[in-house]
Design a protein around this ligand. Structure first.
Ligand SMILES: Nc1nc2c(c(=O)[nH]1)N[C@H]1C(S)=C(S)[C@@H](COP(=O)(O)O)O[C@H]1N2
Ligand SMILES: [Mo]
Length: 322
């Protein structure tokens, strides 16, 4: 009898999902570090054709959750990115029509270093971190995603925000030629997609700019090449494919607030105590979720990040500032 002496991380090839590869690559790196075993990486990455360039290995700070990751396939196939259509599978189908290189970000408003920056000049791969965050959409579904990127605060500080700057405003690419949803006659959105944060929210350690997920460059449908991730707020605050950052004194008008201000507020903190006018926010479906196993769970205030962010809202009536 042939006994294959394969290490624990060597899954049979047909069992190899992108998240298994990713997890094994991670645990392999950790154990390799611990044992200083100079063994080469297994050929698993080549075995599963996961698109996107692999990013360097990264530190994973403590604020990462250890909850089960949402499978890669769900993260990249079930999306909201109205620039490419309103169906959940539209972004995966059509976001490839957007070119993300070269990419520039215009920085302006109340800051010492305004300008138009090439993306490569804003980011240093050696500084990438990994953050495993819960993402809770206002529509009451959620995921757990391993992001790669940089803390938002560090990047913003390099532009030397003025003390008069109380808000940071973000804008997504507006290019109807590349974004078919922007050509749609049925769209109720006044493009570009806009979002914003109070400066103290933007400087919170959890606020993150993602350039990748599952250890690889962001797929376009997830907001390549640069997207915001603010995990204690409903998903619509996490604006994708950012081309503009502005520091300003007044609170910006944001896309969903402009569309339906009685339903979507500027703050949009995840809050099971404040229902959406048309549905409850007390529970959420954790993906993957099916008709037979919807995988409902209780929604937690600030999406479970209260320890890090509740001080930002001290004394505020969160029913009024939803
Ligand atoms: N530019 C832009 N950013 C966007 C959206 C969008 O339609 N356009 N949708 C938002 C919503 S509602 C959610 S829930 C998240 C979804 O991110 P994901 O597709 O990576 O899961 O992106 C947010 N960012
Ligand atoms: Mo959302």
């Amino acid at each position: 009898m042939l006994i294959k002496n394969s290490p624990a991380w060597a899954l049979p090839e047909n069992d190899v999902t992108p998240e298994a590869i990713y997890l094994n690559r991670r645990s392999f790196m950790v154990s390799a570090l611990a044992a200083s075993a100079g063994v080469a990486l297994p050929g698993l990455l080549a075995a599963a054709s996961v698109p996107g360039k692999e990013l360097p290995s990264m530190s994973r700070p403590e604020m990462s959750t250890s909850e089960k990751l949402t499978p890669y396939e769900d993260v990249v196939r079930y999306n909201n990115f109205y620039e490419f259509g309103t169906g959940k599978d539209d972004p995966a189908r059509y976001a490839g029509e957007m070119s993300v290189s070269p990419w520039t970000v215009k920085v302006d408003g109340a800051c010492g270093r305004p300008g138009t920056y090439n993306l490569e000049d804003l980011l240093q791969p050696s500084q990438y971190e990994e953050r495993i965050y819960r993402l809770r959409c206002v529509e009451a579904w959620s995921m757990v995603i391993p992001w790669v990127g940089v803390p938002l605060a560090g990047l913003l500080k390099r532009f030397e925000p003025a003390s008069s700057a109380r808000y940071v405003y973000f804008e997504t690419l507006h290019d109807p030629e590349q974004m078919r949803g922007q050509r749609s006659l049925f769209s109720t959105i006044d493009w570009p997609y806009r979002e914003g944060l109070r400066v103290d929210e933007a400087m919170n350690e959890l606020a993150f700019l993602a350039v990748g997920l599952y250890g690889r460059e962001l797929p376009n449908q997830n907001g390549a090449p640069l997207r915001l991730v603010v995990p204690w707020k409903y998903g619509f605050k996490s604006i994708k494919s950012i081309v503009r950052i502005r520091f300003q004194e007044e609170r910006p008008k944001t896309t969903w607030e402009l569309i339906a201000p009685q339903e979507y507020g500027f703050y949009a903190n995840v809050n099971p105590e404040v229902d959406h006018p048309r549905w409850s926010q007390k529970r959420e479906r954790r993906l993957p979720s099916g008709l037979l196993s919807p995988n409902w769970r209780e929604t937690v205030k600030f999406n479970g990040y209260g320890e890090q962010v509740s001080h930002l809202y001290k004394g505020m009536d969160l029913e009024k500032f939803y």
